[in-house]
Design a protein around this ligand. Structure first.
Ligand code: CP3
Length: 345
């Protein structure tokens, strides 16, 4: 059976424009909070294929999206490269020993060896393949090397990225060494997710906007393209989605290139600009400002405007970044229904 989401990624005819949401599972769903309580903490939930499978499926049943995104986190990658990770309530993810020196980078596990340790992710995908309805696609994912490197170098989320940027401008060789090492792991990780059953993969570059436009290619985009090239060479039929958040200046200058299928447009980039610059080359995903979900009226307004711009051609509805924990579930359901309503043929 064909999957509407995969068809849309590959620009095939679909009955309506499919929709999914970034951070589809999570704290806005009481059902998720219940399972997380059962798991103990967030990382234990990521490590538990049975429960991770359950929370992956929840948004399909509850909000009616057209594709499932694997429940996991981007930071399990550096964790399995050997960096101890914890999630602290109110603070988010923390690596106690951030990487600072060449010797520390050398000491991290690399390539297939690190990717092989992410067994719980592949187990979750295998369970999902058995349990997902046949017409629903499963989206696997990774963080982009740059976004992963920001956590590995800063040890946690940051507002200024000063430690990474000090490295970028005073010791770029070390930053490239880290980015290359992460890229090698992610290449194998993507292939293994696909071999376990992922139908599509997305690369999240959530902190792309921290890099000035003239340096973005050198420190992030080229590594993302290296990963997508690797995937497309081995599995040309598997759609690859790139999501670099906050790069409208990079788009405007026509600097987006590479062998992938879908470009995820963030909420700060006008969809009309993305269409003009990229619409003939890539399917566009996005891009409602997630905070519009606080108002049903403003949600409908945005969905209609997106439909007017894209006309259902080469488009996938989504938020322009992740959903926030205090969004009412009924508003998320409203978003999904409105996308399906306005685009029905
Ligand atoms: O989208 C989905 O439903 C799939 C699951 C998913 C999670 N994280 C679950 C999660 C995905 C795709 C991610 C990716 C991720 N993780 C990114 C890139 C995407 C983005 O939103 O930009 C980033 C930067 C991370 C790192 C990360 N994980 C942070 C900064 C945090 C703390 C966030 C916060 O608001 O506290 C997490 C934790 C996390 N990952 C949660 C979920 C559901 C919340 C954990 C919880 O308390 O249950």
């Amino acid at each position: 059976m064909s999957k509407i989401f995969v068809d849309a990624c590959l620009r095939k005819e679909t009955p309506y424009t499919p929709v999914w949401m970034m951070r589809q599972a999570g704290r806005y769903l009481p059902e998720y909070m219940e399972v997380r309580k059962q798991a103990g903490d967030f990382l234990s939930l990521c490590h538990n294929p049975e429960l991770a499978c359950e929370v992956t499926i929840q948004p399909l049943d509850i909000v009616g999206v057209d594709a499932a995104i694997l429940f996991s986190d981007i930071l399990v990658i550096p964790n399995e490269m050997g960096m101890a990770l914890k999630f602290v309530k109110g603070e988010g993810p923390i690596f106690d020993k951030p990487v600072e020196t060449e010797a520390e980078v050398d000491a991290l596990l690399g390539g297939e060896e690190a990717a092989n340790r992410l067994t719980y992710v592949y187990e979750t995908i295998k369970l999902l393949k058995q349990r997902l309805p046949e017409d629903k696609a499963l989206i696997g994912f990774t963080g982009a090397p740059w976004t992963l490197a920001t956590y590995m170098i800063e040890g946690q989320g940051t507002k200024t990225y000063n430690i990474c940027k000090k490295m970028m401008y005073s010791n770029p060789e070390l930053l490239h060494k880290i980015l290359k090492k992460v890229t090698q792991v992610v290449k194998f990780y993507m292939i293994k997710q696909i071999e376990a059953g992922a139908d599509v993969v997305q690369i999240f570059d959530s902190w792309a906007s921290a890099i000035e436009p003239s340096k973005y290619d050198e420190f992030s985009w080229k590594y993302m393209v290296e990963i997508s090239d690797f995937v497309k060479e081995k599995y040309p039929h598997i759609p690859v989605i790139m999501f670099p958040k906050g790069v409208s200046a990079f788009i405007e200058r026509g600097l987006v290139y590479g062998n992938f299928d879908v470009f995820g447009v963030d909420w700060g980039t006008p969809m009309a600009l993305a269409k003009e610059k990229l619409g003939n080359k890539y399917v566009l995903q996005g891009n409602m400002e997630p905070c519009r979900l606080y108002s049903k009226e403003k949600t409908t307004e945005c969905v209609e405007s997106l439909q007017n711009i894209m006309q259902g051609e080469g488009h996938i509805f989504n938020l322009g970044h992740g959903i926030l924990p205090d969004v009412p579930v009924e508003n998320a359901i409203h978003f999904v229904k409105e996308c399906q309503r306005v685009s029905k043929k």
